[in-house]
Each structure stands twice: as C-alpha cells, then as structure tokens.
Design a protein around this ligand. Sequence first.
Ligand SMILES: Cc1ncc(COP(=O)(O)O)c(C=O)c1O
Length: 387
Amino acid sequence: MSVQLFIPAFRVDECLEQIKECLEKGWTGLGFKTIEFEEAWKKYTGLSHAHFLNSNTSGLHLAVYMLKTKYGWQDGDEVITTPLTFVSTNHAIMYEDLKPVFADVDDSLCMSPESIEAKISPKTKAVIYVGIGGNTGRYEQVVAVCKKHGLKLILDAAHMAGTRIRGRHVGGEADVSVFSFQAVKNLPTADSGMICWNNKEDDERARKLCWLGINKDTYARTGRQGNYKWMYDVEEVGFKYHGNSIMAGIGMVQLKYLDKDNSHRRSLAQIYKKTLAGSEKIKLIEINPDCESSTHLFQIRVQNRDLLLQFLNEKEIFPGVHYRDNTEYAIYSHGKGTCPKATKASHEILSLPLHLKMNEEDALLVANEVLNFVNSGEVTLNEQKTF
Ligand SMILES: Cc1ncc(COP(=O)(O)O)c(C=O)c1O
C-alpha cells in the first residue's frame, strides 16, 4: 500500500446533490450558490465580508491591484513577502510591477516580525504574510508591525481554512485575507477561493472587478422586469475572477465537515509529533501555542532531506516539499542570499503525508520509516548514497 502526500476526500453524494440543484435550476455561474457559500463562510469565520473567486491566485492579484490603484502606489514600490511559499504569493506582486522584497522566516517557517521590520524602506507599501501549513507563526506581532509603520497587510490564507488564534478565525486583522479551496486544500472543491476584505467599500469594488468591472451581476439582473436588464455600467477595467455555483455547491458540503476534518488532521499530526519528537536528528516546526492550526501540513526538518525523500519513496511513501526557496527561481533571484534561514530551511523541510484517508496506523507507519532512516546511521550529511 502506498501513502500519498495529499488525497482530497469528497462527500460524493452530498456534493452531487448540490450540483444537481444547480443543474436543475439552470444556474451554474456567479450568484445563487456562490452567494449561499459566501454567507456560510462569513458565518463560519466571523469575517464581515467574503467574495467567492475562481482561485486564491486571482484573489491575491486582485488584492494587490486594488490596493495599488486605491492608494496610488507606483511601479517599483515594494511589498515585503516570504521566500518560502507557493509562487502565487509573489507573482501577485509582480503582476502589478511592484517589487517583492524578501523577509526571512523563523522556526515556524513563517516570516519573522523582526526581519519584516528590518526590510522596511521608504518604498515599502505592504506585507503579504503566509501562514504556512495553517500555522500562524508570530502573525499577531506582524499585524502590530504593519500598524506601527502604516503598511497594508494581505494575508495569504491559502492553508488557513479553519485556523484560529485565541479561538477566533484568522483573517479579520488583515486589510484583506485570501483563502484557497483548491483540490488538495483543507476545504477542497476543484479550484476556487475567497477574498475577504475588512470593509464594505473594498468588498463592493472587488465584486465588480471580479466580473470585468460590470456594476450589476447577471444574477442580480435576472428576474427583474422591464427592458433594462442589459443596462449596466462598466466603471473600471476588471477581470474574470469570480467563482461559480458548481464549486460553491461543493464548498457548501465541504465547509460542513471542515472542523471535523481538521481535527482528524490534528490527530494524525499528534501521532507524528509523539513518535518523532524524541529524535535529535529531526527538528519539528514550532507551532504558536495560541494558534489552533488547520494543520494543512505536517513538516519536519532533517539534514539529509533528499536522501530521506528517496528512502521513503522506495517504501511507497510520497512526502512533499513546501517550498523551494523562491529566491532560487530565476525570476526572484534578486532576493538570493537575503534570507539565509529560509534558504537553509528549504533544503531541510519535508511535508509528511497528511490527508483524511489516512488513519493513525498509517501515520505511525510513516513516522517509523522516518525514524528507521534517521537512526540507520548509514547516511551522514551530504553523502550521496542512493537507496
Ligand atoms: C501558500 C499558497 N498561496 C497561494 C496558493 C494558490 O492557491 P490557488 O491554487 O487556489 O490559486 C497556494 C496553493 O497551493 C499556496 O499554497
């Protein structure tokens, strides 16, 4: 039997029921289920605004675009960001001809508030913070740094569906937070996301911009009497970033189970933690004790990561790496050497399999194989042995 990194779990009958409802109504696009899902998401998170999108990537771009145009940022202005993320985070800055300035991470693998503060220049306009693996790191301190320096804060909450700090769902402290409901996230659909602004004006603008700038969506226009359904205005050039009712219907089902699913993830993480904590060859990632993490990932750090990866693959166990230091990519090479902790971490991190089709025995099996490897003594740092 093989153990994969991620396998999404869908409640198939319930999802099909939702999709059937869309098909029977003849409404699969923007509106109907998308509105229902936005309301359900606001209720679940306690966030005051939410607009359903086709991905987190489009939401991050929209967030940067909206802030840049609202506050008159200039091309070349700077946004502080992490090198340890999926490229969507940093591409969002590049789409708008702004400059990603990389801040270093701490032992939580999230950006450290000290490093963010040290990277602030007269051109800095904003920070994009990533709660990697669902962990908040020292997010509350980052919120304080942004307030102190008058910087806008975008939370890339792609991993954070269900993450709470001191009992409150994350998101409301940032100017805008963007969630991902992509196929392997904690709340999987196929591809979708949610942008949550902290004020009505931005939320209303986002709704127009996600629908090409059109100021009345088709759903709102449907059912109106008269000949003026086509009579909308286009106030600014927008994008086609909104979500659709099929994805929202799946999201409605998945949301019902999110807390239960995250608690299953935490129980698997607990097995990993208990089994691996004693080994001095394995470093566990620091989790903020005030944070109830969505536990999207369970990451460890080992010196000889690539060999461990090969060893586990031979045992039909398929972990992942989140992420390669983005400054190693050609497009972000201007940041090379500026974040030594992130660079080091990116060569040591390994995400162990974590999904709802695993049980505690599977987690124990994986953990024991990791221990077998690190305790084998056969492999030392930088040795090029292949299994
Ligand atoms: C940290 C992070 N940000 C952004 C994204 C992009 O999310 P989406 O696939 O919904 O566009 C991902 C997805 O992997 C991610 O892990």
